[in-house]
Design a protein around this ligand. Structure first.
Ligand code: NAD
Length: 367
């Protein structure tokens, strides 16, 4: 298995360095190659996603991505801005399924804006379709209205659309993920108003026939937004379209309290994936050994589970993260009275130590 390592900008290099130490500690037979991406690639090669980086990403089985961006690039033309690299990778690699777990660790329940009893033990997987919907539908643009409430007025419009194969493949991802969890899928739509999402609901229901062991329910997006703050633990896997997923995944992420703890995976049809923390390059704390590397380390666990098919190793990395939290180690973003404040590297040290201690008792299966 080959891993393309793309640390990127800002804290990206610091957090990826710690994630790599964790991956190396597992002693799996992996080949790794690093390349520039984002602002760092623009500085060196004049483009945020150089051909060589894209070629490496295409050739790899999985991509470990840090973060890209810096405010100093805000004046560049859009195509050359660092964030275009991530959009380019999604497009060129066909990464259509975005998986974002929202997991609330017992030690961090106080960091949530909800009452501890609502979030303690929370473990949701949000699956967002990433390449279709109103974000990419054509036609779109501005024009003079020929009908509607104000004929002759200037108006803007977008097109919401989903094809059957697009819905089928994301539904398969959701049902298969549910099989590895509690076996429940909630499909979120707006079928009461939108033709696109009545079709979505129909197709998800059809695909469900292949997964009789998985429980499926449907929920309108407005209700889902409410339930996420009212009773978030009722969800296991939540699958939805690009726009609803964009909004609900951020809402769910905030239930856990800290952006520094949230991993993500973007998968193609063969489970090849790009794994990255849900946060950005945090230029305000870059180079200060203050970034929380746990979201990136947990992204490595997702890589082990979804692409490398090493569920035991994934469990071990997640257990090591839980162990360091139980031991009281905290980076500044999750620190609270009575816990030990550590930097990025010391947090990496703690996870590697926890992993190594656990590995000594039970060997990891190599593939
Ligand atoms: P951000 O996520 O980088 O930072 C938001 C806040 O969270 C900051 O205060 C930051 O210090 C803190 N934070 C983020 N990650 C942290 C971590 N691991 N540990 C501790 N604190 C952390 O978002 P932003 O400030 O809006 O954006 C900064 C840059 O990142 C921008 O250029 C933006 O475009 C880019 N960005 C990139 C990605 C990506 O690479 N996928 C995603 C989002 C934003």
């Amino acid at each position: 298995m080959k891993i393309a390592v793309l640390p990127g900008d800002g804290i990206g290099t610091e957090i990826v360095a710690q994630a790599l130490r964790v991956l190396n500690a597992l002693e799996l037979p992996l080949e790794m190659e690093t390349a520039l991406v984002g602002g760092a690639a623009y500085e060196a090669h004049g483009h945020p996603l150089p051909d060589a980086t894209l070629a490496l990403a295409k050739a790899a089985d999985a991509i470990l991505f840090g973060a890209v961006g810096d405010w100093k690039y805000d004046t560049l033309e859009r195509a050359l801005r660092p964030e275009q690299a991530i959009l380019g990778l999604r497009k060129h690699l066909g990464l259509f399924a975005n998986l974002r777990p929202a997991l609330c660790y017992a030690e961090l329940t106080h960091a949530s804006s909800l009452k501890p009893e609502l979030v303690a033990g929370l473990d949701i997987l949000i699956i967002r379709e990433l390449t279709g919907d109103i974000y990419f539908g054509q036609p779109r643009g501005r024009r003079v209205a020929v009908d509607g409430h104000f004929p002759g007025a200037e108006e803007a419009f977008d097109t919401m659309r989903y094809s059957r194969p697009e819905i089928e493949r994301i539904a398969h991802v959701a049902f298969q993920a549910a099989r590895k969890r509690q076996g429940r899928v909630t499909s979120v739509d707006k079928a009461n108003v939108l033709e696109t999402f009545q079709f979505w609901k129909d197709v998800v229901t059809e695909v469900h026939r292949e997964y009789p062991d998985v429980q499926l329910d449907h929920m309108y997006v407005d209700n889902a937004a409410m339930q996420l703050v009212k009773a978030p633990k009722r969800f296991d896997v939540l699958v939805t379209g690009n726009m609803f997923g964009d909004i609900l995944s951020d809402e769910a992420a905030m239930l856990t309290g800290s952006i520094g703890m949230l991993p993500s995976a973007s998968l193609d049809k063969n489970n090849k994936g790009l794994y990255e923390p849900s946060h950005g390059s945090a230029p305000d704390i870059a180079g200060q050994d203050r970034a929380n590397p746990l979201a990136t380390i947990l992204s490595v666990a997702m890589m082990l589970r979804y692409t490398l098919q090493q569920p035991e190793a994934a469990d071990r990395v997640e257990a090591a993260v839980r162990a360091v939290l139980a031991q009281g180690f905290r980076t500044a973003d999750i620190w609270s009275e009575g816990t030990s404040l550590v930097g990025t590297k010391a947090m990496g040290d703690a996870v590697v130590a926890a992993l190594t201690a656990a590995t000594k008792t039970t060997p990891i299966t190599k593939s």
